[in-house]
Design a binder for this molecule. Structure first.
Ligand SMILES: [Zn+2]
Length: 324
């Protein structure tokens, strides 16, 4: 599947490529191939241009980003590279103890159905798309969708490198944005959701998954958690199609066992091994009911549409009461 994904990411007419912009000053870009730079001669990036990593442009405003230009030097490789295939032993053990993500898979099918209602060839931006998110495979298999994968490092699944606090696209380019397990890793989640709102066309779709009861992961790049209400408020300028927990209290408990061992000095690998025999706890999530699930969930999803108006703050207490 991987080669076909890579082929698809580099094929097609790429209408969105003409709608890239400078992440600093929002001017158009010039010489995207081979040396992207800003077209506005008064902009810093007119002179310095943007680096390339693995032939992908790094369209980041380094002055305001947590990421330095140095990280993207050709000889530096991708400083933030992860296990992009998910085939390493620790990735597999992690999935075994915590399960895959069947809710995301069914949400992905719904996301695609809704996209197809609005466009024959929808363009979808994937933020944090350096790896394929759990349950997101259908997005990559569906040949009607034009995917634009972005992340803070280049991989076979990305088209360009960007920091989503300043997306390098003009307004209204995308029919959908997929942002799975990303918003906990950014300095300003609300700024990123504003950017998602900006680059979506009117009525465009967003699908987000963000953790709640999960301990720190990705080391220095972990900043926030959200309750279901907090997650809803983050997407306050979107109308909700559906939302709910991803992983219940059982998944959260397995995470806690692992991090309990880690806090006692067991180290990453040993903690993972010690938590393995407790994988069955997550099966109890199938029996948990009612809104108490949302109070203890491992994370939440939000599927919504770009709206013109923000939701009324007064609606938030009622929103809590109907979570389940
Ligand atoms: Zn510029």
């Amino acid at each position: 599947m991987e080669s076909s994904v890579a082929d698809r990411l580099s094929a097609g007419p790429k209408s969105w490529k003409r709608r890239l912009r400078c992440p600093r000053c929002a001017s158009s870009l010039r010489d995207l191939d081979p040396h992207p730079s800003c077209s506005d001669t008064s902009c810093e990036y007119s002179e310095t241009g943007f680096p390339l990593v693995d032939a992908q442009p790094v369209l980041i405003d380094f002055a305001t980003s947590i990421f330095d230009r140095e990280m993207y030097r050709a000889d530096h490789g991708s400083a933030l590279q992860r296990d992009v295939t998910g085939r390493s032993l620790s990735s597999r053990l992690h999935q075994f103890t915590l399960g895959n993500n069947p809710i995301a898979a069914s949400n992905c099918a719904k996301f695609i159905d809704l996209l197809m209602e609005g466009s024959e060839r929808p363009i979808v931006l994937v933020i944090g798309g350096g790896t394929i998110g759990l349950g997101a495979n259908e997005l990559y298999r569906n040949s009607s969708i034009e995917l634009v994968g972005t992340d803070v490092y280049a991989s076979q699944y990305t088209t360009l490198v960007a920091d989503a606090h300043k997306l390098p696209f003009e307004d209204g380019v995308f029919d959908g944005v997929w942002v799975q397990a990303v918003l906990e890793h950014v300095l300003e989640p609300a700024t990123i959701v504003d950017e998602i709102h900006r680059v979506l066309r009117r009525g465009g779709l967003v699908y987000a998954e963000t953790p709640f009861m999960q301990q720190v992961h990705e080391r220095a790049y972990d900043f926030s958690r959200f309750t279901q209400s907090g997650h809803r408020w983050l997407f306050k300028r979107f109308s909700e199609v559906s939302a709910g927990p991803i992983g219940g209290a059982g998944v959260a408990l397995v995470w806690s066992i692992r991090y309990f061992c880690r806090a006692l000095g067991a180290g990453n690998k040993l903690s993972l091994l010690i938590s393995l025999p407790f994988f069955w706890i997550r099966f109890f999530d199938a029996f948990s009911r009612g809104r108490a699930v949302a109070d203890a969930a491992s994370g939440f999803f939000f599927l919504g549409r770009r709206a013109d108006q923000m939701i009324n703050p007064h609606s938030m207490t009622e929103y809590y009461d109907r979570q389940k």
